[in-house]
Design a protein around this ligand. Sequence first.
Ligand code: IPM
Ligand code: MN
Length: 371
Amino acid sequence: MSRKTYRIAVIPGDGTGPEVVAEGLKVLKAAASKFSFSLKTEMFDWGGKRYLDTGVVLPENAVETLKKFDAVFLGAIGHPDVKPGILEKGILLKLRFELDQYINLRPVKLYPGVETPLAGKTPEDIDYVVVRENTGGLYSGVGGISMKGTKDEVAVQSMVYNRTQVERCLRYAFELANRRHSGKSPWRGLDKKDIAAGKTAKLTLCGKTNVLTYVFDLWERAFHEIAVEYPQVKTDYCHVDATCMWMVKNPDWFDVIVTENMFGDIITDLGAITQGGMGIAAGGNINPNGVSMFEPIGGSAPKYTGKGIINPLAAIASAAMMLDFLGEKKAAASIEKSVMFVTGNKLKSMAAGKMGYSTSETGDLVIENLK
Ligand code: IPM
Ligand code: MN
């Protein structure tokens, strides 16, 4: 049988992006040889440096080029010398939108040995996934500013959603909740013990139906309509402000949370810190029918750049997510297990410079413990 070959576009990006991407690639290559598949990678130097050198944020054919790959692996986008918004909108958001990666999947999972700021909480308590809508809402760019610079200037930025965007996101979340229930999800979800104890999959819609009475009316109606097709998934609703409170006080209440784009952006930073911070939080921008892009959710961390002290585990965990989506389930699970071994037995802390190991030593530890 010939080995399967996956074509991966790699965008190391800015700051510590290249350092963590190098570790992710190192682990991917080790997993490929262990699990008998091949990776063909191609590097793209898009990011702040290239923009400052050439004035080009993203080459014109970038999206078409990426469409030819099986997946994209991205480090970080953001440069201290570039005005906020240019690279974020011009690269990251543009790729998410134009590749129609309509789901931003962010597991919030406390690994063994990782310190959480939530007093008394253990890995048993913190294990859920946030499904963030990734193409619409306040990010759609609808709005403008008029009479700029005058005392009467007006700025508008609208939360925009159409039925299709809402439905496809909700459907994805219901499917994911279902898969977690049957143990077919890469993120722990329910195990046999939970199911024996009568726990069921649960999907929580996070919104603001008490104020945003147009947008969340649409979300809420669609949510209940689709729920009928998934009788085995329990449904729940939580306002976004209360969601933040429960994520801190009772994270074990959550299984899968589905929410609109900006709310998802905000609550996943909160989720990330409860799972040990940006050094460990992985994510994927998913187009279930197209090219998906996997990235650690932390930024470019300019102050740690080039020192070899940044934690690569978030990038490594994102690489594992990528393999899972490509269909290499065993390799993905093996990387995740190894990451859990390393957090549980090796690293002193998840924070840059405090791990007790360098960036590349941490990558080596994951490889040594791949089983
Ligand atoms: C994220 C980031 C981005 C977002 C920024 C950099 C545009 O915060 O991936 O969460 O808002 O989505
Ligand atoms: Mn964010």
